[in-house]
Write a protein that binds this ligand. Sequence first.
Ligand code: SF4
Length: 452
Amino acid sequence: MNIINTVKNAAFNTALTSTLHYLEKDPEINIPKAMDLIDKVVPDGWYESQRAAFRKAITEKNNWYQLILKTYQLDEGVRKTFFRNFIMNSALKGSAIQEEIAQRENCNVPWAILLDPTSACNLHCTGCWAAEYGHKLSLSLDTIDNIIQQGKELGTYMYIYTGGEPMVRKKDLITLCERHPDCEFLSFTNGTLIDEEFCKEMIRVKNFVPAISLEGFEGANDGRRGKGVFTKVQNAMKLLKKHNLPFGISTCYTSANYQDITSEAFFDMLIDAGAMFVWFFHYMPVGNDAVPALLPTPEQRKLIYERIRRFRETKPIFSMDFQNDAEYVGGCIAGGRRYLHINAAGDVEPCVFIHYSNVNIHECSLLDALKSPLFMAYHNGQPFNQNMLRPCPMLENPEYLRKMVKQSGAESTDLQSPESVDHLCDKCKLYAENWEKTANELWYENERQTKS
Ligand code: SF4
């Protein structure tokens, strides 16, 4: 970490610690005074956009202000641990270490590691990528523990479980929370295995946050996930809310469900249920059995983009639209630039949707994986497009993925039905061509508005 960043981080860390401590006493009264505290310690020009957003929320008492107040209704221990792990450890200390190592080693170093504890699942959803790997693979507790230890040395304090259904390994997930109290753990889950006992464990360990998958209202959700799953998810959300535990929703938009999941009624349902965040994913035609007809049309994607942005200005829930929000993170975040994915067989993949790799974590270190040919192709190629509404080397720029996989010699990690990169990229070609015009109109209009 260079000297300026060290000083900058230390100053911000001190200011933030005092501010958070102060806010705990009486958030509603003290939120307006919190900014003064930060301003006294942190010089003008440092973290200006974050401070401006915070100031705006306070002055306007807008939806973000409501969301900040909601965090003070959460369990105190869980909230304080989240602030420490997510802001202090992950965003401040961790990012600085990542940056230093990335420069020294000339490779990407991730902010978060996604990993599949198991490919097993208690449901059998249509089109789930977990199915691609079969249902017999697991990363052992010691392997996951070792990945986290290596990750922390690289400055990575954020771990996100995918699958399979990670909660099939509930006990191990709690053990990992205990072993690494300085990390924040988030888990994608179908929600059906969250019960009273697990909520109590979450309160005890304090560093575990579920992101429950929903495909829309009851009909759409149960159509894909199975009858009765929506009711089980509702019960899980009720339990989490009753225990003042933070949770979010993850949802995948397709040409079939986009109207429902970007509707005001859907947002309101999630907010009423107590969700703090909602993450939107674009349907990806990955796998030999994928259905390209589920890809949204340009008009549909534009509508999704506009609706999510509109509700972001008005609804007290933190929403991320991964395929349309690349501008906030400078493009594609895969290949270790912000994250990577390790599947249940140990294959280290650049992204949860990119099932190609040169390396397996059972045979190499995390740092070696980050320097492997496909990861270096990501490192050297990012951003894949200057238009941040076309960030992906697969979906919107399929010729990039085709080239990177072929040149790096990466192989399919799909153990059930290996898909050639040509098969995958051919499916994306037409989509990419169709989306380009709309993406350019939206992106350049957006830029024009920002400048004026
Ligand atoms: S590879 Fe595509 S889907 Fe994965 S992070 Fe990059 S842009 Fe997103």
